[in-house]
Structure formats: structure tokens, C-alpha cells
Design a protein around this ligand. Structure first.
Ligand code: UT7
Length: 338
């Protein structure tokens, strides 16, 4: 029996037009352009204007990925996001309908910054059943909507955006085939990154949450250390499972948490700066959107070319982590917002 693999055949992205500079943040926060650049590598990030939500970015990125794949229909839409339009229901069905895909399976994946890698595993599982010929996987965030404007730690890092891939059923040896996926979690680290209010924990306690409790809180230093350790270990495991050596890797596409985290993981793995692909300077940390947005931009500007052997790795709140490998395929070109 042939093993069915999920094979990337299209990619797309979307960014809200509003650019927020470090100087703009420094005007009302105790921070500076120099601090943010040196400690995170970020110069600008995008933010949605009031009225724009995750589904809007997801729909735009999804439409571009479908165009890139040259298809109009899929059998499932999977949306990785930490900022769904509403707590209930999932956002994916609305995105599917707006893409003209009413009737298909549609669900959200909640793994914060690891969401896209978790989504790849989920989509690969759907394809492996033989019942889903094509899956649209989107990572999208309006992360600024959960950022406390008074919190310099999170306000400096996070941005909004979306990226998407179309996956079709194919064989393991094909360019674009998702390799073995390593996934992991450690729920004892929940305090490192969380929104305290809004869910059943706070509601069942009967208390009234303070408005600030609806914002994302992060213990940056501990998150940083765990991100480096876990992403390095997960990337190594994914390489082992794929039967790849380090010298096989042409491009390392890590979740864009912080430029220093990506560089530290690359260094620990023994990769050179040439292999490391990044966009954090211009878009910040876009959580579940980070990897597909970077894949789309790098494919569009030639940093990622057909035949490149690519290593993906992510770490997010939860804590969750994951990594996988693929050979970058030929995909149809799409205009990527700069
Ligand atoms: O996407 C996955 C989840 N997120 C991450 O993986 C993010 C991981 N963490 C980080 O990227 C970094 O920890 C930060 C960028 C958040 C902070 O950088 P750091 O070099 O780790 O600084 P730190 O947390 O050790 O804090 C050092 C100081 C603190 O001040 P005190 O307590 O020493 O007085 C912070 O309050 O830097 C302060 N600080 C800032 N100062 C100016 C934190 N954010 C800022 C800021 N501007 N924006």
C-alpha cells in the first residue's frame, strides 16, 4: 500500500497595511528603537486597524495560496491561530465560506506559535486517510488585538499577518512532501505565556476579570530559554527522522520569535547564517502566521527556490514545539505584500 503524504503545491500571504515602527511604540512606552532592534531584531511590525480581524487576513492569504496552487477547491480548511475572531465558534468555517468552500471540513488548531507545524501534522493526517485530496492550511493572527498597549515586552515583539499553503495528496519522495513531524508539549510551562481571562478557568471561578486580564502575558526570559532548547531538540529529532544530516539543510525557516532565538537555535544546530531565513525585522513575531508568511515571502523573493531542502521549527506558549522537513517544490507565483 502506498503511503499518502501531504505535498505543498501552493503558498500565499497577507499583511495588514499599517506599519508600526519602534519609534511609534517609544512615543508611549518606556522603550527605544535601539533596545528593540538589539534585543529582538525587529524594526517594524504590521497591525490591523479596528474592524479587521483574523478571518480577514486568513481569507486573503488563503485565496492567494489557492491561486498559487491553481485550484479553487479543497476538502478541508485548517486554520492555526491564537487570535480567533470569537472564542466560539472556530474561525475556519467562516474563512472556508468566504473562500467559496462552504461544505468542506473546517476547524481551528490552537497551538499558538507552533500552530502552523501542528497544522501541518494535522493536514498530513487528513491526507493520509485517503479521504482528503487537498487541504488548505492557514496560519493567521490579529495578535495586536490581545496586546496590552502598556506592556512594552509584548508590544515590541508581536505583529499581525497571515500565511497559507495548499497541500495535496502525493508520494513521500515528491518535492513539497511534508517529512516526519516532531511535536511536543509541556503544560507545566503554561504561566510563561497566557491570557488569564476569557476562558472557563476564570468564568468557573465566578470572579469578574480585570480588563487587563484579557491581554496576553509573557515571561519573556524563561520563554526565550525554553524556546532555544526545545526548538533545537525538535529540529534535531525531525532531521533524524527524515534521515537528513545537517549538511543536507539548505534553508532553516524557524518561527520568528526573536532574531536572537533563531540565531541561537541555528548556532546550536551547527547551521551557518547563510541557511537561516528571516523576516522578523519587518513583520515582528506573528505567532501561528510566522512560518507560512516567511515561506511565502522567501519563495516570492528567491531566498527559497525549488529543490532547497528546508528545515522548519517552532516553539510557542502552552508550551508547545514542533519541527519538520521538506524539499521546496515548484509553486505558482503570487504577489506578496511587501
Ligand atoms: O513566539 C514564541 C513566544 N515568545 C517568545 O519566544 C519570546 C521570547 N522572549 C524574548 O524574545 C525576550 O525575552 C524579550 C524580547 C521579551 C525580552 O528580551 P530579554 O533580552 O530576554 O530581556 P529580559 O526579559 O531579560 O529583560 C531585561 C530587561 C527587563 O528590565 P529589568 O527588569 O532588568 O529592569 C525588562 O523589563 O529589559 C526590559 N524590557 C524592555 N526594555 C525596553 C523588556 N522589554 C523591553 C522593551 N524595551 N521593549
Amino acid at each position: 500500500m502506498t503511503t499518502l503524504r501531504a505535498v505543498i503545491c501552493g503558498v500565499g500571504a497577507a499583511l495588514p497595511p499599517r506599519v508600526v515602527t519602534n519609534d511609534e511604540l517609544s512615543a508611549y512606552l518606556d522603550t527605544s528603537d535601539e533596545w528593540i532592534r538589539q534585543r529582538t531584531g525587529i524594526r517594524t511590525r504590521r497591525r490591523v486597524d479596528p474592524g479587521t480581524a483574523t478571518a480577514d487576513l486568513a481569507t486573503e492569504a488563503g485565496a492567494r495560496a489557492l491561486a498559487s496552487a491553481g485550484v479553487t477547491d479543497v476538502d478541508a480548511v485548517v486554520l492555526a491561530t491564537a487570535t480567533p475572531d470569537r472564542l466560539v465558534p472556530a474561525t475556519a468555517p467562516e474563512v472556508a465560506t468566504r473562500l467559496g468552500l462552504t461544505g468542506v471540513a473546517a476547524y481551528d488548531v490552537a497551538a499558538v506559535c507552533s500552530g502552523f507545524v501542528y497544522g501541518l501534522a494535522s493536514a498530513a493526517g487528513l491526507v493520509a486517510t485517503g479521504d482528503f485530496r487537498r487541504v488548505l492550511l492557514i496560519g493567521a493572527e490579529a495578535y495586536s488585538t490581545i496586546i496590552d498597549p502598556k506592556d512594552r515586552t509584548t508590544a515590541a515583539i508581536f505583529g499581525d499577518g497571515a500565511g497559507a499553503v495548499v497541500l495535496r495528496a502525493g508520494g513521500p519522495g515528491e518535492p513539497g512532501a511534508i517529512g516526519p513531524v516532531d511535536l511536543g508539549s509541556d503544560g507545566s510551562l503554561v504561566e510563561l505565556g497566557m491570557i488569564p481571562a476569557g476562558g472557563s478557568r476564570q468564568r468557573s471561578a465566578g470572579g469578574t476579570a480585570a480588563p487587563e486580564d484579557h491581554y496576553f502575558r509573557m515571561q519573556g526570559g524563561d520563554m526565550y530559554r525554553h524556546a532555544v532548547t526545545r526548538m533545537t531538540a525538535s529540529a534535531s529529532t525531525a532531521l533524524d527522522r527524515a534521515g537528513w544530516r545537517l549538511s543536507d539543510v539548505d534553508r532553516f525557516v524557524p518561527h520568528q520569535a526573536n532574531a536572537r532565538i533563531a540565531a541561537a537555535v541555528a548556532e546550536r544546530l551547527g547551521l551557518t547564517g547563510d541557511q537561516l531565513v528571516s523576516n522578523i525585522e519587518h513583520v515582528g513575531n506573528t505567532a501561528a502566521a510566522s512560518i507560512p508568511l516567511l515561506l511565502a515571502q522567501a519563495a516570492a523573493d528567491g531566498r527559497l527556490r525549488p529543490g532547497h531542502r528546508v528545515l522548519l521549527a517552532a516553539f510557542g506558549s502552552g508550551a508547545t514545539w514542533g519541527a519538520t522537513t521538506l524539499v521546496w517544490p515548484e509553486v505558482g507565483a503570487v504577489p506578496i505584500p511587501s
